[in-house]
Design a binder for this molecule. Structure first.
Ligand code: 13P
Length: 249
């Protein structure tokens, strides 16, 4: 079993084009030679800048969303081909903020995962329960359902390309991190679900990240849990020093 740790930043709606250029220059110097894999997912307006500034570095670039149609009358949307043509290799799909504020459903998440794989972009597929669902004791069932629908039609060959990010909604941006055990437990549920659907080899090869108030102080312990293969980091990925510590966790 050799799953390489992935430290992924999700910038969300932060940093202008000029701020991004300056930030990435600094970050590239700071994480040079790191042994974990590094990804930054940035707003559409920063993609070209990010791709240019990361050329020849150990940082990969992803987008935060895309549409599942190939082209057409979808005002304000961005297609997979537009991303591929720029050189984007990763895409966050189904973040809880998109599900909550932009009516993203399990169905559209599934269509986006399929489109990303068709176009050779690595989906970073997000799932996670609300506080109410956790308190109702349905976390495992809920996350399993999200994963099963999101992966509908994904082949065994393709599933290991998908990076899954478990992000409990109650831990996002709240400073309230899941405990190592809570996070690992749900990541193990997800791995078990993949095993059920695709077999043990696929389950062992698939990377599962934890996200939700990951910071410089808790990343190392979280990433060393048996079923956690890295993190999807929001706020702390916007600061060079803090993200560097996380990258080196
Ligand atoms: P925070 O790290 O700011 O809690 O955000 C987590 C997240 O939503 C990453 O996608």
């Amino acid at each position: 079993m050799s799953r390489r740790v992935l430290a992924a930043g999700n910038w969300k709606m932060n940093k202008t084009h000029s701020q991004a250029a300056e930030f990435i220059k600094e970050l590239a110097l700071s994480v040079k030679g790191a042994k974990n894999e590094i990804l930054i997912c940035v707003p559409f307006t920063n993609l070209e800048t990010a791709l240019r500034e990361t050329e020849g570095t150990n940082i990969s670039v992803g987008a935060e969303n895309m549409d599942y149609h190939d082209s057409g009358a979808y005002t304000g949307e961005i297609s997979a081909d537009m991303l591929v043509d720029l050189g984007v290799k990763y895409i966050i799909i189904g973040h809880s903020e998109r599900r909550e504020y932009y009516a993203e459903s399990d169905k559209t998440v599934n269509l986006k995962v399929l489109k990303a794989l068709e176009k050779d972009i690595v989906p970073v597929l997000c799932c996670g329960e609300s506080l109410e669902q956790r308190e109702d004791g349905i976390t495992a069932e809920w996350v399993r359902m999200q994963i099963k629908i999101a992966l509908k039609g994904v082949s065994k060959e393709d599933v290991t390309k998908v990076v899954i990010a478990y992000e409990p909604i109650w831990a996002i941006g709240t400073g309230k991190t899941a405990t190592n055990e809570q996070a690992n437990e749900v990541c193990a549920v997800i791995r078990d679900c993949i095993k059920e659907l695709y077999g043990e080899d696929a389950a062992e090869a698939t990377r599962i990240l934890y996200g939700g108030s990951v910071n410089a102080g808790n990343a190392k312990e979280l990433f060393s849990m048996s079923d956690i293969d890295g993190g999807l980091v929001g706020g702390a990925s916007l600061k060079v020093a803090e993200f560097t510590t996380i990258v080196n966790a």
